[in-house]
Design a protein. Sequence first.
Length: 497
Amino acid sequence: MLVPMIYLVARAFDADAATLVDVVFRRRNLALLGNTLALTACVLAVTTAVALPLAWLVTRSDLRFKGLHSVLGVLPLAVPGYVMAYALIGLSGYYGFASQLLGIRLPRPEGLWGAALALSLYTFPYLFLNLRAALLGLDPGLEESARCLGRSPWNTFRTVTLPHLVPALLAGWLVIALYVVGDFGVIALMRYEVFSYAIFTQYSAAFDRVYAAWLSLMLMAVTLSFILIEARLRRGRYARTGKGAARPPAPVPLGRLRPLAFAFLTVVHGASLGLPLAVLLYWMARSGASADLLEVARAFWRTALVAVPAATLATGLALPVVYLTVRFPSPLASAVDRLVYLGYAVPPLAFALSMVFFALRAAPFLYQTLALLIFAYAMTFLALAMGPMRSRLLQIGPRLEEVSRSLGYGPWHAFRLATLPLVRRSMLAAGLLVFISVVKELPITFLLAPTGHTTLSMAVFSRTSEGMMAEAAPYALMIVVFSSLFVGLILRYEGRR
C-alpha cells in the first residue's frame, strides 16, 4: 500500500526547482483549500442538525415506530452522492421533476450550496449511527438524576447528555469529513472546485501531471490534519455507560412537539430517500422505450465483474490481519493495522493517481487492466472489511482455539474447526460492505478502469454531466435498488448479532 504513495511523491518531485516553487505556491492552491474547508464545514453543520435530533428521537422520546425510523435513517447509505446530485439536478430546471409535475421551476443546484446539500443528504447516516449507538449505551441514570433535580429536558440534554456524546460526534464528523474531501462525483456535477476536482481535471486533460501529484499530496495533508485533530479532541473523552445490566431509559413525552417531530422526520426521510426515488422514477418514465436495458444489464455485469473479486480479495486479506491484531497483539500487528486504516483515510482520487504512477513506472503490464482496478478497490476498502470480523473475533475469545490445541490440533486446524465457522457470518457482512462500496465508487473507477469497461457509476456520472437525465436514470436506479438490498442484508445481520 505504501509503494504507490512513494511513487506519487516521486512524481511530485519530478521537475526542476523553479517549476516546483511555482506549483507549490500557486495562489489557486489557497482557493482550493478554502473551498474544501468551507464545503466540509457546511456538510458537518447540516449533518449534525439532521443526525442529532434524529438519534435522540429514536432513542429517548416516546416516538412511535422507532425501528422503522432507524432503518429509514440508515438507508440513504444506499444512495451514492452522485446519484443524490443527479436527483437534485433532475428536480430543477424547466424540464425538471418539479417544473413538469408541480409547475414550480427551481433553480439548478450548483456551487457550494448544491454540493453541501447533496453530500449532507447521503452522509448524515454515518453520524446518526454513531450517535444512536452512543445514546443506547449511555447510562440513563445520569439523565434521570438531572431531571429529579428539577432540570428541564432541554437543560438535561445540553448539560448531561451532549457532553457524553462528544466521542461519537467526533468519530462521525471524521468519517464525514474524509468522505467530503475525497468525493469527486458530487462536486463535479455541482461545478464546485475543490482539491479532488482539480486533481481529476489536471490529470485527465494531461495539463500538468506534476501539479496533479502535488494536489494529491495536499489533499492527503488535509485528511491527515482531520485525523490528527479528531485524535487530539477525542483524547480523554469517554462516555460513561454505568455499571450492571443495561436498561432502557424512560421515554421523554414529546407532547406539543409531536407535530414538529413528525414534520422533521417527514422532511429528512423525504429528502434523503423519497426525493431521489421520485426523481429517478420520473426520469425513468421519461426515458420510456429509449432506455437500453441490455446496455444497463451489461454495465451491471461489468460492475459485478470487479465488485465480487474485490470484495472477496478484501475479505480474504482482512481476515489474517484481524486475526493477527486480535490474537497476537504486537508492535508489528499494530503497525499493519494502522497502515490499513491509513490507506482507507487516503482520498480515493489520490490513491488512484498513485496507482496510475506506480503502474506506469514499475509495472506497465498492469496499467489499464482489471487486475489493477480490483487490487485498488481491495486496498481502499480493506479497513471496511476488517470492522465486522474484528468485532466478532473479540466476542469469541481464544478459549475455543486453546481447547482445540489441547486436543492435539495444530494452529491452522484449530482455527479452521473452532473459529472460522463462528466468523463466517461476519465475513459475509464484510464482503457485502466492500461490494456496496465498489458498486458506488466513482473516482477510482474513472482513473483505473480499462477503456470500454463502463460500470454503473461511470454511466450515471457521464450521462448526468452531459445533461442526459433520462438516459442516466436506469443506471442510477439499478445502483440504488441493489445497494438497498445489500444494506438491508447488513442491517439484518446486525439485528441477529
